[in-house]
Design a protein around this ligand. Sequence first.
Ligand SMILES: NC(=O)C1=CN([C@@H]2O[C@H](COP(=O)(O)OP(=O)(O)OC[C@H]3O[C@@H](n4cnc5c(N)ncnc54)[C@H](O)[C@@H]3O)[C@@H](O)[C@H]2O)C=CC1
Ligand SMILES: O=C(O)C(=O)Cc1ccc(O)cc1
Length: 288
Amino acid sequence: MKTGGLAGEIVGYAKSADSRAVALEIGFIDRAADTAAAAVVGADLVVLAVPVGAMGAIAADIGPHLLPGATVTDVGSVKQAVIDAVAPHIPEGVHFVAGHPIAGTEHSGPRSGFASLFKNRWWLLTPAEGTDPAATARLRHLCESMGAKVDEMEAAHHDLVLAVTSHTPHLIAYTMVGVADDLRRVTDSEVIQYSAAGFRDFTRIAASDPTMWRDVFLTNKDATLEILGRFTEELFALQRAIRLGDGDHLHAYFTRTRAIRRGIIEAGQDTAAPDFGRAQPPAKGNAG
Ligand SMILES: NC(=O)C1=CN([C@@H]2O[C@H](COP(=O)(O)OP(=O)(O)OC[C@H]3O[C@@H](n4cnc5c(N)ncnc54)[C@H](O)[C@@H]3O)[C@@H](O)[C@H]2O)C=CC1
Ligand SMILES: O=C(O)C(=O)Cc1ccc(O)cc1
């Protein structure tokens, strides 16, 4: 927003004074406020960017101080739980349009942002029924002005899609790195030394912020458990094929998954930059 001159003044609040100082120093914000409530006074747009489990408490803090006609949005990785936690604190006359940019890295803190983060990435908006379409349209325009591609969907659908494309894959990465860590005690440092690309990608993902990801799994419980259930069924089928020496099963399975990857590339949807991205655009309408 700063680079594109998309806001008159950007006021920031973060829990730690250090984060506020860094955000000011690097020109991320024009002014730092000492409290969330003070930060929103007079603001046309308020963006909540805290772990999903902290959204409700922040909304309660700022609710009474919001400008009539303002729009509140968020960038949380889970949508239904955020809407349930935030909406009750948004006063009449203020618009709440929940959102999720599918863009980020394993890093957090103010130094981890960069101006091109949203370029060519999906930004999903999940306005609740009855939301003023003009507020959603204004937010869509802002996201597009930062280079993002915008889509709208229902919050529950978002949560299922993201359970497939982001949340469960993160859990698998965490698990695989945990397994390797156990193994490392046996093999000394070989696991790290001879890491192949696949495992390296897992370690990058597994370096993501623990609080953020704890909250994702606590708040997207049902969808994650649904996808995890399907995942373990498939895993057991592959395990059985290996045990039985069923090469046809393995070959057919890997042929199918290769076609999916090729489909993503042919559709021009592999917009991930080498360093920053495993997040894929959600497969529209075919999750679950
Ligand atoms: N990191 C990523 O790649 C992406 C993150 N998101 C979502 O964005 C949101 C923010 O994540 P990041 O910007 O990565 O995190 P961050 O760690 O860079 O920033 C989080 C901020 O929330 C504050 N905070 C933490 N706990 C708090 C609490 N209990 N009360 C008040 N403030 C609190 C921290 O002080 C910090 O200023 C999360 O909801 C996450 O799910 C969405 C897309 C990508
Ligand atoms: O670092 C990565 O590969 C990511 O997947 C970043 C990411 C993390 C959380 C989100 O809700 C969206 C994107």
